[in-house]
Design a protein around this ligand. Structure first.
Ligand code: MG
Length: 354
């Protein structure tokens, strides 16, 4: 197997604001894994606040030694080896995991849904309304309506939460969820606001408090009339084991879970515990989002809007029809690199190539 990679920057349609932090691009690394002339692609995406960078991802990929494997078929053993190279590096591991699944699926002529025995249905996906001034957020809601989305995910966690909701609910009458992005501080105020949101038709509340504030999360989960979903508090399977009781459900993202294999394990475990499941994404291109769309029929709610928020998607994959995600009928992750991207991308081979 030959491993190579190239850094790339995704450009947002709108500046991305979370908790007082704003950016217009997000760095990613596209990973290419080749065996016997068949090529699989993966993506690692690194929002700066999570600690990984293009440099750290490429350094990690340089240390992957696949010389003891004659091909990509032993996914479990290969991913165990990669996971044990170093702790952390979740996005780098996810990018490799996606490329490996893409390659393995293409060789077997099966898509990722088939590899995990998931029905190939077309779930609705929400569209994220990033936090901004109330006026701009209403503008983004209109944009989502024009694009054909039927569900919204509204980011809150600022002083104007109530005003924002009043303004948005004047124009939006469909289903929506709330992502407080760790921004709420007072548990009693949060509970009161959730009662108001329940009356106004919200579906669930994501990450109300700081990721380590499990005490208040558990307090709220016990009392909330809407499901409380963990995002930043639960990254991997071990977090679900340790903190799952503090929430009604989890938002599973490939860049947190280290890829498709562990995302599937997390969804299965959450289901076994009778927990709710959201499948979500970071700022990602169609490469990683299409990979996750393969597992999304297993979720209660789907939040895979990454490709619809960027202007320079280097891949084609999942599409939107009447608010639903439509996957191309292709093996592997079902995502395909754009020719323009391939023509300009200078892939570099990893140092430990076998
Ligand atoms: Mg979130």
């Amino acid at each position: 197997m030959k491993l190579s990679f190239v850094p790339f920057d995704l450009v947002f349609k709108h500046a991305f604001n979370v908790s007082g932090y704003s950016r217009t691009t997000t760095p990613i690394v596209i990973i290419r894994l080749e065996h016997d002339g068949v090529v699989g692609f993966g993506e690692a995406t690194m929002p700066p606040y999570l600690g990984e960078s293009q440099e750290s991802v490429m350094r990690f990929l340089d240390n992957i030694d696949l010389s003891k494997f004659s091909g990509p078929s032993d996914i479990e053993a290969i991913l165990d080896l990669v996971d044990n190279i170093e702790t952390g590096n979740n996005a780098a591991k996810a990018g490799f995991d996606i490329a490996l699944h893409d390659l393995h699926g293409k060789i077997r002529n099966k898509n990722v849904s088939e590899l995990y025995a998931v029905d190939r249905s077309s779930p609705f996906s929400s569209f994220t309304i990033g936090i901004d001034t109330p006026e701009k957020m209403v503008e983004k809601v209109r944009e989502a309506m024009d694009a054909g989305f039927r569900v919204l995910k509204i980011k809150l966690g600022c002083d104007q939460d109530r005003e924002i909701m009043d303004r948005i609910l004047n124009v939006w009458h469909g289903p929506y969820s709330i992502d407080a992005n760790q921004g709420w501080k007072d548990k009693e105020e949060a509970l009161e606001f959730i009662h108001y949101l329940k009356q106004e038709g919200a579906l669930f509340i994501e990450q109300p408090f700081q990721k380590n504030d499990l005490k208040n999360s558990a307090w709220l989960t016990e009392r909330s009339p809407l499901p409380i979903i963990a995002d930043e508090s639960v990254k991997r399977l071990e977090d679900l084991d340790a903190y799952g009781d503090c929430f009604h459900g989890i938002n599973v993202k490939l860049m947190k879970s280290t890829g498709i294999r562990e995302a599937f394990a997390m969804i299965s475990k959450a289901r076994a515990r009778n927990m709710k499941v959201v499948t979500g994404c970071m700022a990602e291109s169609s490469c990683a989002v299409t990979a996750m769309a393969n597992l999304s029929p297993l979720a209660d709610w789907v939040d895979l809007d990454g490709p619809f928020l960027i202007t320079n998607d280097p891949f084609r994959g999942v599409d939107l029809s009447e608010g639903k995600l439509i996957l191309p009928d292709l093996p592997g992750t079902s995502a395909t690199p754009c020719q323009k991207f391939l023509d300009s991308a200078l892939f570099r081979e990893a140092k430990l190539v076998c």
